[in-house]
Each structure stands twice: as C-alpha cells, then as structure tokens.
Design a protein around this ligand. Structure first.
Ligand code: PGA
Length: 257
C-alpha cells in the first residue's frame, strides 16, 4: 500500500497566484516518488484554477455539506466539488469541530454523501475541546462509532482515517507535540476498531494517517512506524521545501515496508 500525504492548506494562501506557486514545484517533483501518493486540499476558490494543473498530485477539499443541494448559504455540495476534479474530502477536522461546532452526526451524514458521490472521505478522529491526552483512546473510540454509524462494510473500507489530536496541532492554544509512539498507539487502536467491523485482513487495507503537527523536523519519528500510513499536514504544507522533506521521509520508509 502506498503511503499517503495530504496537504491541508486551511485558509491559505491569500491569492490565486500564490496558490499556483505553491502547487507547481510539488507537481513537478512528484514523478520522483512512486511510493507515495500526495493530495492537496486548497481553499475552495482555488480549485477551478488548480484543477487545470494537477496531473500527478490529487485534489481534495477541506469540507463539504451533507445535503445534495439547496438553500444553505455559504455551503458547498459534493457534486460541485466533483465538477472540479476533487477526489478526497477532509471531514470532521478538529478546527471544524471546535470553531464551527460540527457534530459527529453531521460528520456521519457527510461521509455518506461523499461516498455516494465517489469522493473519498478523509475522516479525522481526535478533535475536540479540552480532551486530555490520556483519554484519547476512549475519546477516539466513541467518535469512531458515532461517525461510522449506518455504514456497511463496503463503505467503511473506502474511508481514510486520520488520528488527529487537537492538542497536537501547531496553531491550537497550548499545543504540544505528540510522540511517534503515541501516534502509533492510537493508529493501532483505530485499526483494531476497524478489525472488529471488517475482520483483521480487510482492516489492514484501510489507510490510517497521523494528523497532529508533522514537519521536516519531526517526520522521522512518525514515518518510521510501518503502522502509520501517512500524514495530514497543515502548516508545513505551506512551505514547499519543508513539505517535500515530509514526502521524502515517508517515501524512504515505504521502501522498507
Ligand atoms: P499543523 O496542522 O500541521 O499545522 O499542526 C495539522 C492539522 O491541522 O491536522
């Protein structure tokens, strides 16, 4: 299985020109590594332009609505995203849960809608306000069951999961880095939850990434664990050199898997 690195640009950059400048060196370099798949999730407004210049990279969105279409000011639908070549969508990111009060039920509905439109949901687990580090196992288990409600086995297999502890995101208040060992432990916990639903063999084919801060300085401590299938990268994905080091490190480790 290829490693997967997802760039979450969040509400950056500020102009289309800058967005193209961020994407283009990455697209050029991508051919160098076949061990890694890279998805870029820009703000919605840059999707039309960027969709014209991605060939080796893939495009993702940072959110979408759970309804098919209709009256919901400021929202975006799966069909609209599809029309610009979006293949992935990040759902349940901790910033959406904490700042926009997104609930497990909404994330569950969004997963179903994304799957219906053949967009791969990238489902974050671990986001929530004031969750203690020692309680992450219990917290992630509860979120897993809530967001995967009503999903059958075939649907579950199509999801990419991310262990994304809110307290380990660089821009969160009182942010503190997670260790590779902690990330591995929680990724394994998610794999066990999947195994209960899918059986061990099938659960191994589902990709589970780490989504707290990953950058060129700490990537080695996450990439070294074969159980971690890749990373969801925020701040470092806005710096092409830094992001490229993250990709290279996972590519290097993928050779040994
Ligand atoms: P960061 O963000 O890499 O800036 O810490 C990670 C995330 O939001 O998942």
């Amino acid at each position: 299985m290829k490693k997967l690195i997802i760039a979450n640009w969040k509400m950056n950059p500020q102009t289309e020109q800058e967005a193209r400048e961020l994407l283009s060196p990455l697209e050029h370099r991508m051919g160098l590594s076949n061990n890694v798949e890279v998805v870029v999730c820009p703000p919605f407004v840059f999707l039309p332009k960027l969709s014209q210049s991605v060939h080796k990279l893939k495009l993702g969105a940072q959110n979408m609505n759970f309804e098919e279409k209709g009256a919901d000011t400021g929202e975006i639908s799966a069909t609209e995203l599809k029309s610009f070549g979006v293949e992935f969508v990040i759902l349940g990111h901790s910033e959406r849960r904490i700042y926009e009060h997104e609930t497990d039920q909404e994330v569950n509905q969004k997963i179903l809608m994304a799957l219906k439109h053949k967009i791969t949901p990238v489902v974050c687990l671990g986001g929530g306000k004031d969750v203690n580090k020692d309680d992450m196992g219990k917290f992630v288990t509860k979120q897993f069951h809530a967001v995967t409600k009503r999903l059958d086995q075939k649907q579950l297999e199509k999801i990419i999961f991310v262990y994304e502890p809110a307290w380990a995101i660089s821009t969160m208040e009182k942010s503190q880095p997670a260790t590779g060992e902690h990330a591995r432990e929680l990724v394994l916990r998610i794999r066990t939850l999947l195994a209960h639903q899918l059986g061990e063999k099938q659960a191994k084919h589902v990709r589970i990434l780490y989504g707290g801060t990953v950058n060129q300085n700490n990537v080695a401590q996450f990439a070294k664990y074969p159980e971690i299938d890749g990373a969801l990268v925020g701040a470092a994905s806005l710096d092409p050199e830094n992001f490229w080091e993250v990709i290279k490190e996972f590519a290097r480790e993928a050779i040994h898997v």
